[in-house]
Write a protein that binds this ligand. Structure first.
Ligand code: FES
Length: 62
């Protein structure tokens, strides 16, 4: 059975993985993670898969 609750170790991995994308550019509004099309919501680009966020003007992940 798959649990949706992350263990503390997995939470750390998640944050470390997210941090590795900050500062990258989502060229063509494509997520630098899997190339998913980022969607604009409330003035921010958001990846619908895992939630990376980017500035829609600069396309930089923050
Ligand atoms: S595909 Fe993982 S955050 Fe975009």
């Amino acid at each position: 059975m798959h649990s949706k609750v992350l263990s503390p170790a997995n939470i750390e991995k998640y944050h470390a993985g997210y941090k590795s994308f900050t500062g990258q550019v989502c060229a063509g509004r494509r997520c630098p993670h899997f190339g998913t099309e980022m969607l604009e919501k409330d003035g921010t680009l958001v990846c619908p898969m895992h939630g990376l966020k980017a500035n829609p003007a600069t396309l930089v992940i923050y």
